[in-house]
Each structure stands twice: as C-alpha cells, then as structure tokens.
Design a protein around this ligand. Structure first.
Ligand SMILES: C[S@@+](CC[C@H](N)C(=O)[O-])C[C@H]1O[C@@H](n2cnc3c(N)ncnc32)[C@H](O)[C@@H]1O
Length: 224
C-alpha cells in the first residue's frame, strides 16, 4: 500500500497522556535489551530522538549508572510528561536531560554522542532525510546506533489485522494511532534506500517481527 503520512508531533494533551499511560513495558524493555545484546552495557552519552514521555531514556539511565542521556522530542506535552516521570526519580535527574525541539531545529553538540537511539519516530516524519541526517550529525565516530520502528503492511486490511491482534484491549485513541502509524511507516526496503542516500550504508536494517524493523550498527566516522 502507498504510505499515508500522519501528523509529525504528538502534541495533543489527550493523545500524549493516552500514549504515556499505555503499557509499553514489553516493547520498551525489549528495546533496551536489544541495545545491550548488540553493544553491551551503555556508558558515556546517549541521544534519544523522539523520546515521547521518556520511558526508554529513563530505563537506560536506571540500568546504567555511568550513562548520561539527552532525550529530545518536539511535542511540549510529551516533554512535560517526561519531566513529570523524571521528577519521580530524583536520583536520575543529573543524568537525564530533556530537550523540547523538533528534529529539524535541533541544536546539540555535533559528533558527541556514544550512542544514538530512537524508537518509533521515523514514521511520523513527512520526509525521512532530517532523521538520518541527525543520526549522522550527532553520533561520534564509533557510536552505537539503534533505531526501531513500525513496518508498513501490504494493505489496509493487513494493517487493521495487526491492530486487532496486538492492540485489541487498548483505548480507541491508541488503536487509531497505531493504525495510522502502520499506514505511515516505511518498509525495510525503503529504509535501506534512506540509509544509502544518507551515507549511512554501514548500518544494517532487518525485519524484526511482522510489524517492526531494526536498524543497528556502529558509525566508523563521517558517513558511517
Ligand atoms: C510514537 S512516539 C514514540 C515515543 C518514544 N520514542 C517511545 O518509544 O515511547 C513518537 C514521538 O516522536 C515525536 N516527534 C514526531 N515528529 C517529530 C519531530 N519532527 N521532531 C521531534 N519529535 C517528533 C512525537 O511528538 C512523539 O512523541
């Protein structure tokens, strides 16, 4: 099916809250485990692009006492939910920095992060280029990169069937978000072409499930 882009930012109060309250225990802990399996325990500095309510960066910070995480999102609602979650764990406050900025306007120190991660941001973007440019810009040489996102199914019927299989018990607003996200997602083949175009051909892309792909690898210098 043709890609149907969705709005970039999740800036609606109701939408952001529903997302923050959803149970992402399994996929978010799997994201962290996948990072550790591929790259070892994280340390140094990590950048999370499109962090949402900051559940994943808080998991990394909790797990790795030697890690400082910069977590960015363009939606003020999401960053404020992240700040609320962080305030409940004051022991992490010195190691987690929340930045409210769109990807397109982001200004952080270039080539300075030991790891760049992102979960489920890419499919929100009208154009994928700025996302991969940010990965390339902010990762230092040798940095670990882990990106996961949804994979667009072959048809609207297949997308609905995935929603019915995996989100039957979720509130309607989340089921609708999930369906729209599947329709907006890129396929692994499209992502492969994006990586080549961005000079990130050293990163590998693989299908990870019936509805996800993973990009991972280390950047060995400018251009991967
Ligand atoms: C599906 S959520 C994923 C959140 C988080 N990574 C997670 O796994 O729970 C996607 C996030 O990307 C953010 N986003 C979308 N477009 C963006 C952009 N252009 N710049 C920055 N953030 C963006 C949205 O506001 C939203 O919080």
């Amino acid at each position: 099916m043709e890609r149907i882009p969705e709005p970039e930012l999740m800036d609606g109060a109701e939408q952001a809250l529903a997302y923050a309250q959803a149970d992402f225990e399994e996929p978010n802990s799997r994201f962290v485990e996948t990072f550790v399996e591929r790259f070892g325990e994280p340390e140094g500095t990590m950048l999370d692009l499109g962090c949402g309510p900051a559940d994943i960066p808080l998991r990394f910070a909790r797990r790795a006492p030697g890690l400082t995480v910069t977590a960015m999102d363009g939606a003020a609602e999401m960053i404020s939910l992240g700040a609320r979650a962080l305030s409940r764990e004051p022991e992490l406050a010195g190691r987690v920095q929340l930045v409210c900025s769109t990807l397109q306007r982001l200004e952080l120190p270039a080539a300075s992060y030991d790891a760049v991660v992102s979960n489920s941001l890419l499919h929100h973007l009208a154009e994928p280029g700025p996302f991969w440019q940010a990965v390339r810009r902010y990762a230092r040489p040798g940095a670990a990169v882990l990106v996961m996102d949804l994979s667009r199914p072959e048809s609207a019927v297949a997308a609905q069937s995935i929603v019915d299989t995996y989100a039957a018990e979720e509130p309607a607003i989340l089921r609708e978000d999930f369906y729209n996200s599947l329709c907006a997602a890129f396929t692994p083949e499209e992502v492969r072409a994006q990586l080549e175009a961005a000079g990130l051909g050293a990163l590998a892309v693989e299908a990870a499930s019936d509805r996800h792909w993973i990009v991972s690898g280390r950047l060995h210098g400018v251009g991967g």
